[in-house]
Structure formats: structure tokens, C-alpha cells
Design a protein around this ligand. Structure first.
Ligand code: GDP
Length: 434
């Protein structure tokens, strides 16, 4: 999906505009664990296009002087976005920080759309003229607080999107991303697994310019490692900010089928790991937990078991994810990684025949009667699988509200006990039909 970044000085109204663009969807996103709660990154839609929006204001480095912050924002936007929306304040006119940002954006040659905010009515359009002098094209009058002018601005943004192009990988290719904070050993794992086998390093049209994927084949299966470029780049200021790496991770998760959540055995699990894993879960990706640097900790015969228990306790929502203990350094158990990826990917794509599914659910109901509420009993009439990646099941029932969480859990457990769903989330959806 194309990426739109919103850049501008503090208090010009970036977040208001961000919220307008992402609209009601924020409510849904906000329910997700952690990361997106601060509305740094979300989905937008306009006409027939889907895109991601970044509010670079969320990435402000707190104790930096304004000009430095602005440079960081602009650089992040240049790095990440297909189109940059530069917001200025129509009532305040051009400031030196605006000029500075305009200069950086202009040099980058990225498409920039200039939004002049706080222009709340047409009488104020005279305010626009001075903004031509920024040298980045037509100023679009907008009012974030009144929701005015955004349509025209978005029309202009869409004109600069790359042609609709999904990653053009063969659908049988398994796309893997390695997620985890810096220094857990992601690059080392990739290097240790692939060695000299790296076949192609490709630039993918329609994605952020510098997303570099690595494709390779192992045992007749094609794989792509998503955006390993992000792992290689080091040393820039924003790399060190936590939010930046989250952003990178979210984008990689979005483009992958299987997510490897990499944890450093020496440091254990931190909040950040949970947030990102939560996002992968919500996004319906197949997930494997990889505990790396296993060579570096003192072990006895109980260590692995204890570690596993800790992970299970911390990642309750990932009870389906296999856990691998690896060392990129000694190559310990690295040979299990790709076969596990392949297995969970197959599970992610599993289709259960409808008759088998219905027999199973009828047996389950006989074993554990459906819940009742106010004298009414849930009746499951028919079940059908409607999707894969992840497998999703629609339950046609008399009253959808009667399918309580605990019973849904029970049904999910029955499905998992019967079919091979290791590594994949599954979705259960209740629909009313008598
Ligand atoms: P990334 O930021 O997640 O890509 O992490 P790197 O792959 O760059 O690794 C960070 C540091 O950890 C480097 O110094 C690696 O040599 C070291 N490292 C990576 N994997 C292992 C491992 O399995 N065992 C040990 N002892 N060190 C590791």
C-alpha cells in the first residue's frame, strides 16, 4: 500500500488532519493492543485507493530543538512515504521552520502536497498566496477542525501514488518477516540461515522505495524475506527511536504471511515485543516465536521449559505459536526454522471441508451444550469456512449475541484439537440465520 506521511510544525493541526483522513477506522485500530493507540500509523481510504498514513509528529524527539525535530520528521517522511503532505498554518504565515522543511522536501524530489490549515472559510483564501513562495506547488486550503478541503487535497495526493501494484510474488511464495527490536539478532539469523544462498535482492515496485526483499529457494519452496534493508541500515538518529522501529515492523508484518517474532534470550520479553506480536496476531499472520542467543545464557535441563512457560504466560494470545530456541552464532537449531515456517504457512492456508467441519461442530455441541441467556439457547445451524490466511469460519446461528467469548474459545479449541492449525490464528464469526 502507498504510504502518506504528514509533516509539519507542532500545533499546525497534524493530528487533527491525520484523524480526519483515517476517519472511523481509528476506533477499530485503537482496540488493537498497544502500538497504534498513539495514532502514529493507520489506514486511510479515498476513492478507490487504500493507503497507510503516518503522523510524523508522533515521532518527535522530545528534547531536541524544534529545527532538528523538523529535520528528523522530514527525513523520516522522505525515507518512508510515497507522498508527503506538508501542513502549514494559514493564520500564522510562513515561519523559518516551514522554510527549512520546504527546502529539505524540495531537494528530496518526493511528491509533496501543501496543505494550508486553519483556513476555515472562503474569505480567508487570500492567506494562501504567500505560501507559493515555499516553492512546492499549489497550496491547498484546508480546515482540519471543520473537515474542509481535505477531498481536494486527497485527490492531489492520489495523483502521485504509484500504479496499483501488489508485490508481484507468486502466491505460493512464502513471505517471511523477522520482527524484534534492534540487536536481538535478526540480521545474524538471516545471514546464518542463508549464508551464500541469497539469490535475488529485488526492489519492489509500489512499495516504499528502499524496501529491499531477499528471495531464495529451499527444498523446492520459494521464500521471500521481507524488507531486510531495514535491518541493515544503521546509525541514523531515528533508527534509535522506538517508534521508528515499530513503524518499520508494522509495514513488514503487513506484507508478510509468516512473522518470526525474535526475542533475545539474554534480555527476555519486553512490552514492545508484545505490542508488535499483538499487531501480527490482529493482522491474522502466521506467527513463530524465535528465542535467539540461546548459546549466551546459562542453562540446565529445566531452562528451556521455564523460558517456554514464561513466554506462554506473557503471550497468552499466541498460544498457537510454536517456539524455537536458536543461536545465530552457533547455528544451533537453525535448521528447524524454515521447515517450521513452511508448516505454519500450510496451516495458515488449511481448508476444512464443510461436511467434516459440520460433523465436528455437532459433536462438540453434543459434548458441551451451547450457552443460554434469558431462556434462549444458542443454536448453531451451519458452519462454513470463508477464508484462509488466516482460516475464518462463519457460524450461522439463531442469535449471534449468544455466542459468548468462552464458548467461542471452546469451539476454537475443538477446531485446533482436530485440525492442524499450529502457528495460525483462526477467526470465528457469528451470523444470524435461522
Ligand atoms: P538485529 O539488530 O536484530 O538485526 O541484530 P544483529 O543480527 O545485528 O545482532 C546484534 C548483535 O548480537 C551482534 O553483535 C551479533 O553478533 C549478536 N548475536 C546475534 N545472534 C546471536 C546469537 O545467537 N548468539 C550470540 N551470542 N550473539 C548473537
Amino acid at each position: 500500500k502507498p504510504v502518506v506521511a504528514i509533516v509539519g510544525r507542532p500545533n499546525v493541526g497534524k493530528s487533527t488532519i491525520f484523524n480526519r483522513i483515517v476517519g472511523e477506522r481509528v476506533a477499530i485500530v485503537e482496540d488493537m493492543p498497544g502500538v497504534t493507540r498513539d495514532r502514529l500509523y493507520s489506514h486511510g481510504e479515498w476513492l478507490d485507493r487504500d493507503f497507510n498514513v503516518i503522523d510524523t509528529g508522533g515521532i518527535e524527539l522530545a528534547d531536541e530543538p524544534l529545527l532538528n525535530q523538523m529535520r528528523e520528521q522530514a527525513e523520516l517522511a522522505i525515507e518512508e512515504a510515497d507522498v508527503i503532505v506538508f501542513i502549514v498554518n494559514g493564520r500564522e504565515g510562513i515561519t523559518s521552520a516551514d522554510q527549512e522543511v520546504a527546502k529539505i522536501l524540495f531537494r528530496s524530489k518526493k511528491p509533496v502536497v501543501l496543505g494550508v490549515n486553519k483556513v476555515d472559510n472562503p474569505d480567508m483564501h487570500d492567506l494562501l498566496y504567500e505560501f507559493y513562495s515555499l516553492g512546492i506547488g499549489n497550496p491547498y486550503p484546508i480546515s482540519g477542525s471543520h473537515g474542509l478541503g481535505l477531498g481536494d487535497l486527497l485527490d492531489e495526493v492520489l495523483k502521485h501514488f504509484p500504479e496499483k501494484a501488489d508485490d508481484d510474488y507468486d502466491p505460493d511464495t512464502i513471505r517471511i518477516s523477522l520482527i524484534g527490536r534492534p540487536n536481538v539478532g535478526k540480521s545474524s539469523l538471516v545471514n546464518a540461515m542463508l549464508g551464500e544462498d541469497r539469490v535475488i535482492v529485488s526492489n519492489i515496485p509500489g512499495t516504499t522505495r528502499d524496501a529491499i526483499d531477499t528471495s531464495f529457494t529451499r527444498d523446492d519452496q520459494d521464500y521471500v524475506l521481507i524488507d531486510t534493508a531495514g535491518m541493515r541500515k544503521r546509525g541514523k538518529v531515528y533508527e534509535s527511536t522506538e517508534k521508528y522501529s515499530v513503524l518499520r515492523s508494522l509495514k513488514a508484518i503487513e506484507r508478510s504471511n509468516v512473522v518470526l517474532v525474535v526475542i533475545n534470550a539474554e534480555e527476555g520479553i519486553i512490552e514492545q515485543d508484545k505490542k508488535i506480536a499483538g499487531y501480527a496476531h490482529e493482522a491474522g499472520r502466521a506467527i513463530i516465536i524465535v528465542v535467539n542467543k540461546w548459546d549466551a545464557i546459562e542453562r540446565d535441563d529445566k531452562t528451556m521449559q521455564r523460558f517456554e512457560q514464561k513466554i506462554r504466560d506473557e503471550f497468552l494470545f499466541l498460544s498457537y505459536a510454536p517456539i524455537l530456541f536458536t543461536s545465530a552464532k552457533t547455528k544451533q537449531r537453525l535448521q528447524h526454522v524454515l521447515p517450521t515456517v513452511k508448516r505454519v504457512s500450510q496451516n495458515h492456508n488449511l481448508r476444512v471441508p464443510t461436511n467434516v467441519l459440520n460433523d465436528l461442530i455437532m459433536d462438540a455441541v453434543a459434548m458441551n451444550p451451547t450457552p443460554t441467556d434469558k431462556g434462549k439457547r444458542l443454536r448453531i445451524n451451519y458452519v462454513t469456512q470463508v477464508a484462509v490466511e488466516p482460516p475464518a469460519f462463519v457460524f450461522f446461528v439463531n442469535e449471534p449475541e449468544l455466542l459468548h467469548f468462552s464458548y467461542e474459545r471452546f469451539l476454537e479449541n475443538r477446531l485446533r484439537a482436530t485440525f492442524e492449525f499450529e502457528g495460525t490464528p483462526i477467526k470465528i464469526i457469528a451470523r444470524k440465520k435461522n
